[in-house]
Design a protein around this ligand. Structure first.
Ligand code: FES
Ligand SMILES: [Fe+2]
Length: 423
């Protein structure tokens, strides 16, 4: 449970908000790189409640600007993209990739007005087929070297969709292991999952996992332990990388899996699902897509059909529920999106009744509140320390024998702060 002030503090991300200021200090994926072609149409991008335009210039460089023309605010997404610059169609002002205004044809000849005007532009970096942007202030941090950012393009696959709710409820769901064998049980019981990801299906054997948290300098390890037959314990160790990334243990022989949760504004969120294999090309089967995203060949840029949303109960299929489907939703990640939206545009965390199964999210909120306050007071950005081995962050499935400890298996020291209790 949070106070109203705390809930606002960590959910609101618009311009000038404390969390918005902090989040802008991290590199975020903005759009798929293939959406912008050299001299092709610019694309509007909305992030953190602000509007931007991205375009690829004649020479292949990417420009990322505030959307509004510095002259009188016309959308630069309407502009002409040519000659390594965007030209606003209202009065023809020409702005090069660095954001410098280079021509103002509406002004008399000899005017030096152009040289004095720049549009806000932002550093970009292309990786995993996406254009990432940094919207912060001060020194640009190094681009994060997560393992997925270091593999060839054929070894990574990215799926995205927008959900109509605040970003925090989306990232919270990704680190909430206890819902897996409840919300998603229909899919886990199916032959396909039993056959392809049997370990994940084992979560059905113990629906009340025990949580332990180990803080890290970027967030925490969250270990959810389930008791299986013969005194074997199944431990799923997820990684929370504050403020908006989580690494989730993959199914057996499946690519690794990372969630990147980026606010469009306070009430809309893009969820990027990143799959990568450090060794070989990715091959996600049609069945995998069907179970997770609802179609054998889903729209990888918007797989989510909310079937009319709340007003139409998200298309929940009551007939299917009578016939054994637990939720009546058409895919596994659709279930996550729907429950997130059903919590409200911004979930009211002042009325929750949290239990031991909520320890991961309780800790995530503590990390976020602390990170926001630290940034307000010191300008220190949580987790942005070059000595952190970001490329080593990795979620794990562990099967432990009696007496074995997950810390030992992962070579971790136990800290005194572990397992912050129920709030
Ligand atoms: S509004 Fe863009 S040139 Fe005038
Ligand atoms: Fe889920």
């Amino acid at each position: 449970m949070l106070s109203r002030e705390e809930n606002e503090l960590i959910t609101k991300v618009g311009s000038g908000t404390p969390m918005g200021n902090l989040m802008r200090q991290y590199w975020v994926p903005a759009l798929r790189a293939s959406k912008i072609e050299a001299d092709g149409a610019p694309v509007r991008v909305r992030l953190f409640g602000e509007n931007f335009v991205a375009f690829r210039a004649t020479d292949g460089r990417v420009g990322f600007f505030d959307e509004a023309c510095p002259h009188r605010g016309v959308s630069l997404a309407l502009g002409r993209n040519e000659d390594c610059a965007i030209r606003c169609i209202f009065h023809g002002w020409k702005i090069d990739v660095s954001g410098q205004v280079v021509e103002v044809p509406s002004e008399p000849a000899g005017s030096n007005m152009a040289s004095k005007i720049k549009v806000n532009h932002y550093p970009v970096h292309e990786s995993i087929g996406l254009v990432w942007v940094w919207l912060g202030q001060g020194e640009v941090p190094p681009f994060p070297n997560y393992e997925f950012n270091n593999v060839p393009l054929d070894q990574v696959r990215v799926v995205q969709a927008q959900s109509n709710c605040n970003w925090l409820q989306i990232i919270e769901t990704t680190i909430d292991s206890s819902h897996v064998a409840l919300l998603h049980q229909y899919w886990l019981q199916g032959d396909a999952v039993q056959a392809t990801t049997p370990l994940l299906a084992q979560t059905l054997q113990d629906r009340a996992p025990t949580y332990e948290i180990e803080p890290t300098r970027y967030g925490f390890h969250a270990a959810a332990t389930r008791n299986l037959a013969n005194n074997i314990r199944y431990v799923r160790v997820s990684e929370f990388v504050a403020p908006f990334i989580s690494f989730i243990p993959p199914g057996q022989d499946m690519p690794k899996f990372t969630n990147i949760v980026v606010p469009v504004d306070d009430e809309h969120t893009i969820h990027w699902f990143v799959y990568h294999d450090p060794e070989k090309s990715i091959n996600l089967s049609p069945l995998f897509y069907k179970i997770n995203f609802g179609a054998e060949e889903p729209d990888e840029d918007n797989f989510y059909n909310n079937h009319g949303g709340k007003d139409k109960m998200w298309g929940q299929d009551r007939e299917a529920m009578k016939n054994g489907h637990f939720t009546g939703m058409y895919a596994l990640f659709v279930e996550d999106f729907v429950i997130g939206e059903s919590q409200g545009a911004i979930a009211d965390r002042t009325k929750e009744k949290l239990g031991r199964s909520d320890i991961a999210i309780i800790n995530a909120r503590k990390v976020l509140i602390k990170a926001v306050r630290e940034f307000q007071e010191t300008r220190e950005v949580f987790g942005q320390d070059p000595s952190i081995a970001y490329d080593q962050i990795d979620a794990k499935n562990l099967l432990l024998e009696p007496g074995e400890d997950w810390h030992d298996r992962l070579g971790l020291a136990r800290t005194e702060q572990q397992g912050v209790g129920v709030a």
